[in-house]
Design a protein around this ligand. Structure first.
Ligand SMILES: Nc1ncnc2c1ncn2[C@@H]1O[C@H](COP(=O)(O)OP(=O)(O)O)[C@@H](O)[C@H]1O
Ligand SMILES: O=C(O)[C@@H](O)C(=O)COP(=O)(O)O
Length: 428
């Protein structure tokens, strides 16, 4: 294994695994596998890039650091030469962590300084200029992310926000330097390191910038960012002949399907509206009823079983509704109960023969994907086709694989849900 990625959530993991598997022409990508947590068993030989999905984004900082270091140790044992810490392209975190503490701990363990911090994903409108993160034409803090249920983002200045989470000063490589090319970027990062800046925000406003950063990162032990940071990495290994590249085989699955949505993002709520307008069966989950024990995984499984095609169950609500529920019951309590509801629903569906599940939301995907991995006793997932930017199909198991699509809350076209099922084998 050459590249090891530590991802702080499951949708983010499949996003960067997709980037590594695709790469850019003419070289293409690497043979990539995604793991649910730190693997406990030997993995297939020939994997060139591994992505460990952790559910650490909303965990306490100490726990996130511990799990990330365990992932690092596993990758080191596999011989990885480059480690990437993947977080959200909207830098989802709180002032108490976890991006700063995890990145500093990894840098310490790898003796790295002047480490790139670059959440840019221009295809999805996430760009960084003078250290400020934009989502399309809005600053992060006016993009809707200021209403996120778990990690509301109210400061678009990534250098200033990250500094609240770190014990060392944070540097900046401005776009004017990035535009000069790989040598200029590498020199600026080295100077930052010498000045004691362990982490350094690197501007990127287009894929060209990410490719220049990728080239500058050849040989770097550690970089951190969104999935865009991986865009230029496969080429470094392929042109040197260290990697042979991705062959990309995929077998669709047939049989019943289900869509589970716990994301409350504007994009997901729009996709739900579109799914309803298209006449597909939907079940809106009443969250107080879940907390009262009146709506359970059995309720959802029954609804899905009785409504073939593209049945959708969702808890997603508008920001004011979510706030009211959190104020009444507590944010963590609600999140834990909904995670378990979706996880148990997935377990029950697998036991009834379901082999295609689409999930919307990072936390929700983490809960579901971990439950599926444990239920099937399969730790590694391989990459199938990309449904929409940043969302691939994941395949678990060899014979009759189970297919998952883990959609980041903010990603996907308005018709994402039916599109995902089409790619996975059709709606029937
Ligand atoms: N109606 C609701 N009220 C309160 N919290 C909710 C509701 N629906 C979902 N949640 C919680 O909101 C969070 C959404 O996060 P996540 O699944 O990561 O989505 P996203 O990818 O949009 O960030 C989860 O913790 C989920 O349990
Ligand atoms: O970088 C991104 O935006 C995604 O890969 C990601 O991390 C998604 O997280 P959620 O929005 O919580 O699904």
């Amino acid at each position: 294994m050459l590249i090891g990625v530590i991802a702080d959530d499951f949708t983010g993991a499949s996003d960067i695994a997709n980037t590594l598997a695709k790469g850019v022409p003419p070289e293409g990508g690497l043979r990539t596998a995604q793991f649910s947590g730190v693997p406990t068993r030997a993995v297939a030989s020939g994997i060139e890039a591994g992505v460990i999905a952790l559910k650490s984004r909303s965990a306490p900082a100490e726990e996130a650091v511990r799990e990330s270091l365990a992932a690092l140790n596993w990758f080191r044992a596999q011989g990885c030469r480059q480690i990437v810490f993947k977080y959200c392209s909207t830098f989802d975190s709180t002032p108490a962590g976890n991006i700063g503490p995890v990145a500093e701990a990894l840098a310490r363990a790898l003796d790295a300084k002047g480490v790139t911090v670059c959440p840019a994903f221009p295809t999805m409108g996430r760009t960084i200029y003078q250290g400020h993160l934009f989502v399309h034409d809005r600053l992060l803090s006016e993009s809707g992310m200021e209403h996120h249920p778990l990690t509301p983002m109210t400061d678009p200045d990534i250098r200033r926000f990250l500094s609240k989470q770190t014990s060392t000063p944070v540097g900046l490589v401005p776009q004017q330097v990035v535009a000069l090319g790989a040598d200029a970027i590498a020199a600026k990062l080295a100077a930052a390191g010498q000045a004691g800046q362990v982490l350094c925000v690197v501007d990127a406003v287009c894929d060209g910038d990410l490719l220049r950063i990728g080239k500058a990162s050849d040989g770097a032990p550690l970089l951190t960012g969104g999935s865009g940071i991986a865009l230029g990495l496969p080429r470094n290994f392929i042109v040197r002949g260290d990697a042979t590249g991705n062959e990309g085989t995929f077998t669709p699955a047939h049989g019943p399907a289900a869509i589970l949505a716990g994301s409350c993002s504007g994009a997901t709520r729009g996709q739900i509206d579109q799914h309803i307008a298209a006449g597909h069966p939907v079940y809106p989950i009443d969250v107080p009823e879940v907390l009262a024990g009146a709506v359970t995984a059995e309720t959802l499984t029954e609804f899905i079983s009785e409504n073939p095609g593209a049945p959708l169950v969702y808890s997603s609500g508008a920001p004011d509704v979510v706030r009211q529920i959190q104020d009444r019951y507590g944010r963590e309590v609600v999140a834990a109960q909904l995670d378990e509801l979706f996880a148990e629903t997935a377990r029950q569906l697998l036991r009834r023969g379901w082999r295609r599940i689409v999930v919307a939301g990072g936390e929700t995907s983490g809960a579901v994907a971990l439950a599926v991995a444990r239920e099937l006793d399969v730790e590694a997932m391989t990459l199938g086709p990309e449904i929409d930017p940043g969302v691939p199909v994941l395949s678990l198991g060899q014979q009759e694989p189970v297919l998952l699509a883990l959609k980041s809350g903010n990603f996907g076209a308005p018709d994402f849900f039916s599109k995902a099922l089409d790619v996975m084998g059709g709606i029937r």
